[in-house]
Design a protein around this ligand. Structure first.
Ligand code: PLP
Length: 260
């Protein structure tokens, strides 16, 4: 059997087994700056945003790279250089959030629970009362490394009641568990092409609150990770700023149709 016929079943959180339709969508080559491809990108973003009912409040910004690239981009873009992030940890991906803050130079504090103990809204309420200098809270929705599901809706409401901003890594929950931007307030929710939606790996996307994204110009430590710039350029030209992962976008578009 050839490699293509062997069709392995991947029992990992992502990349995972893709359908023949999704794989076939990658048999077409797209010109990266062509009208057709711009339309495809716009349609993918629109349909992704609809999954969380974020049309009225949020903007979907796609970014090249694995999921971590988009998490780093969201923190780097939305947290001002003099901001402070409270990082909620109960596993490896939570620790990675703290590492990102450390590497890109955003002040942060951490709150860690055991790997089988979700963070609660009461924890967050107490932590925010104790440290008014926190501007943003970063949370892993489903901590893939342990299987812990943190109570996102309750935590989001507490954060909003303190007037703070929430950044959610929803990499292994988006597309599998309901998340509704109309009732769960957040400034950013991050996921990627190769996880629950069953596309192929190669790009992430950030649902950013439009007002926060527009206000974030100049925050980012990096040119290629700057989501505000990525969005502003795309809004103006329809194009990605730098070479897009064309086949990945086409596969995600097809995977999204099957999800529907
Ligand atoms: C998969 C995943 C990521 C991203 O990991 P990459 O290796 O960059 O794709 C981030 N957070 C969570 C919770 C994940 O499951």
């Amino acid at each position: 059997m050839s490699t293509a016929e062997r069709a392995p079943i991947l029992l990992t959180p992502g990349p995972l087994t893709t359908s023949p339709r999704t794989r076939r969508a990658m048999m077409v080559d797209w010109g990266s700056w062509d009208r057709d491809f711009n339309d495809l990108t716009a349609d993918v973003c629109k349909r992704l945003l609809a999954i969380i009912h974020g049309e009225a409040t949020h903007t979907c910004v796609p970014l090249q790279g694995s999921g971590t690239f988009s998490v780093e981009a969201a923190i780097g873009t939305l947290v001002p250089r003099d901001g402070k992030v409270l990082v909620l940890i109960n596993g490896a991906y939570g620790k990675r959030l703290a590492k990102i803050c450390q590497v890109i130079g955003r002040e942060f504090s951490t709150f860690e629970t055991e790997e089988d103990v979700p963070t609660t809204a009461a924890d967050v309420d107490r932590l925010l009362k104790a440290d008014p200098s926190v501007t943003h809270v970063a949370l892993i929705h489903c901590e893939t490394s342990t299987g812990i599901l943190n109570p996102l809706a309750d935590i989001a409401k507490v954060i909003e009641s303190h007037g703070k901003r929430l950044i959610i890594d929803a990499m292994s929950s988006f597309g599998a568990l309901d998340i509704d931007a109309r009732h769960t307030p957040f400034d950013a929710l991050i996921a990627a092409s190769g996880k629950c939606l069953e596309g192929v790996p190669g790009m992430g996307f950030v649902f950013a609150r439009s007002t926060a994204l527009d206000a974030s110009a100049g925050n980012c430590h990096s040119l290629s990770m700057d989501l505000q710039d990525q969005h502003a350029y795309m809004a103006k030209t329809g194009q990605w700023r730098f070479t897009p992962p064309t086949h990945v976008v086409a596969a995600l578009h097809e995977a999204r149709s099957q999800y529907e």
